[in-house]
Design a protein around this ligand. Structure first.
Ligand SMILES: [Zn+2]
Length: 358
């Protein structure tokens, strides 16, 4: 009995579920020369840390806990409203030293202690001084303009976790026709437009996820993988076959939830083409963006989504079309969506047979 217990204890560390906790202090700051806030502070607290929000969408907490499949726990306190006795004239310094200091002093009167938190979000109520931003990718301080908006807060929180933007790549082939994959974007010569075909990218153009420009939709599999959250959910593909995947958003799934297609000769997860299935659920007006099977790559902490629906030039249609093969002319593989029902999609992957002798 003792031996069995010992064996279990020895084996257990390999299976430990890596969990990270972020404790977030949110300072909601009001100014004497601006209109008072129209909502009770409890509404802000619900948008930040509630199970769902009064708006019927995700909270900062629920978004990231779901995106991480429970690897990340988000807790925190909202301090506010915090009246500071300074004019709302936008300061010259981009880091708002006087405003943050005054807000911190006000919060300390209400029990705030820096040692209790890993991240801080300063929210300027009814004031807009430029963009909301995070101080550096992986930084611990975020600034939100004009109140606490859960979608922008969730985007900035992604930066604070170490993520850069999700780009959109629009490509043409060697003949100049629209193509899903024009070139190898990691090839500097080709990317400069000198290779066969080319792609142009828009910085936060991915409409499929929080790190793109729509500030909505599930975090893509490439970003989840970068943060270490796809363990046991990602199937690496290096040979031909038909592969079934379950929706990326499911917390538990009987199938892999993304494919990492590795072209011949490439071994690093960073060189994979990530194929994921995201049935539309909460996309609202962006429903087409929230639906379908899409392909991303990752470069460092950035990701890139490719337009695989060339028949629909409108950018919110990017998903693989049923039965239409999509070929990568440089990497030498083809993806074909064979079927798509509510709880699974099946994708055929074929690799070109290339002679190594020439
Ligand atoms: Zn951003």
């Amino acid at each position: 009995m003792l031996n069995v217990l010992l064996l279990v204890l020895l084996l257990w560390p390999a299976a430990v579920f890596a969990q990270q906790t972020e404790r977030v202090a949110i300072f909601v700051v009001t100014f004497p020369d601006r209109p008072p806030p129209s909502e009770p502070i409890g509404v802000v607290a619900a948008r930040a840390f509630g199970p769902t929000t009064p708006d019927g969408v995700f909270s900062l907490k629920s978004y990231w806990e779901a995106a991480s499949y429970g690897h990340l726990k988000v807790t925190g306190t909202v301090y506010g409203y915090l009246p500071i006795n300074l004019p709302s004239t936008c300061p010259g310094s981009p880091l708002y030293p006087e405003w943050t200091q005054a807000a911190t002093i006000e919060a300390a009167k209400r029990g705030y202690s820096p040692a209790n938190f890993t991240k801080r979000i300063f929210v300027w109520q009814n004031v807009i001084c430029g963009n909301s931003f995070t101080v550096g990718v992986g930084g611990t301080v975020m600034f939100l303009q004009s109140g606490f908006s859960v979608d922008i807060a969730s985007h900035e929180f992604g930066h604070a976790l170490g993520l850069s933007h999700s780009h959109l790549a629009v490509c043409v082939d060697a003949a100049g026709r629209p193509a899903t994959f024009g070139i190898d974007l990691t090839d500097a010569t080709a990317a400069s437009g000198q290779g066969p075909g080319r792609c142009t990218e828009s910085d936060s153009g991915d409409p499929f996820g929080i790190m793109g420009g729509r500030f909505t939709g599930p975090l893509n599999a490439a970003h989840r993988s970068f943060l270490g959250w796809m363990t046991g959910r990602l199937q690496t593909i290096t040979s031909d076959g038909d592969f079934a995947i379950a929706p990326l958003q499911l917390q538990t799934a009987p199938l892999p939830q993304a494919l990492a297609v590795l072209p011949p000769g490439q071994t690093s997860p960073g060189e994979a083409y990530y194929v994921e299935y995201r049935p539309g659920a909460t996309g609202g007006q962006f429903d087409p963006a929230a639906s379908g099977v899409v392909v991303h790559t990752r470069s460092g902490s950035s990701t890139e989504v490719y337009d695989a629906d060339l028949a629909n030039p409108e950018v919110y249609h990017l998903g693989l079309q049923l039965g239409v093969p999509v070929h990568h002319p440089v990497k030498g593989f083809t993806l074909t969506l064979l079927s798509m029902v509510s709880n699974r999609a099946v994708v055929r992957v074929t690799f070109e047979r290339r002679s190594l002798g020439n």
